[in-house]
Design a protein around this ligand. Structure first.
Ligand SMILES: CC(C)(COP(=O)(O)OP(=O)(O)OC[C@H]1O[C@@H](n2cnc3c(N)ncnc32)[C@H](O)[C@@H]1OP(=O)(O)O)[C@@H](O)C(=O)NCCC(=O)NCCS
Length: 170
């Protein structure tokens, strides 16, 4: 078992995180629609965390990004990427990173988080499928994998339409 701590990402972590994402997702990750939503954007302030093992080696990472949804431009966060180094998976690190990140997002006052991922895994922290037809992504995605978690009750119902980065308008 890996013993690990979770702490805020430091500027010097970027290269190790990129290498870990390539190892976990494969380099095809760069063509995904979620990746495109993050392109040329800054990660949400105070919401990028890493997991380090006892020797200080980076073994996992999570970040969140700002989004706007639909004509009302409802604010939301995009969760991801979340990755755990292949040598350290299935030891609770991914779940711990998610719980830590979501708790921090709550404290910062964010109301809604969405992501594209495997429902059975993300259901462990409360994510549920977005009702069919409620949201669209600006690129190819399996909409059955589009999941949402309300941090403030009632936010999901208002988030209807196209999901875009914060500075892009329809
Ligand atoms: C997905 C990922 C972040 C999970 O992190 P992790 O630290 O390995 O996971 P945890 O230890 O927190 O949770 C492990 C549990 O989740 C389950 N699980 C892991 N990935 C899953 C998935 N994609 N779908 C369903 N269940 C999954 C495991 O089977 C395990 O179940 P158990 O507790 O019943 O044994 C990590 O495996 C990873 O980086 N994978 C490669 C990148 C990737 O595929 N990401 C996309 C996820 S949609």
């Amino acid at each position: 078992m890996t013993s690990f701590v979770i702490e805020p990402q430091k500027p010097g972590d970027a290269a190790a995180i990129e290498a870990m994402l390539d190892a976990s997702f494969g380099i095809g990750r760069r063509v995904k629609t979620s990746y495109r939503l993050r392109e040329r954007e800054e990660a949400a302030e105070g919401l990028s965390f890493v997991a380090r093992d006892a020797a200080g080696v980076l073994v996992g990472a999570i970040s969140f990004w700002h989004l706007r949804i639909g004509g009302d431009r409802v604010a939301a966060l995009l969760l991801g990427p979340l990755a755990v180094h292949p040598g350290h998976q299935n030891q609770g690190i991914g779940l711990a990173l998610m719980k830590h990140g979501l708790a921090a997002a709550r404290v910062l006052g964010h109301g809604l988080v969405i992501l594209v991922g495997d429902a059975p895994y993300y259901a462990r922290v409360g994510f549920q499928p977005v009702p069919e037809g409620q949201m669209m992504m600006p690129g190819p995605v399996d909409l059955r994998r589009l999941l949402a978690l309300e941090l403030k009750p009632g936010t999901l119902a208002h988030a209807q339409g196209l999901i875009l980065p914060p500075h892009r308008v329809i």
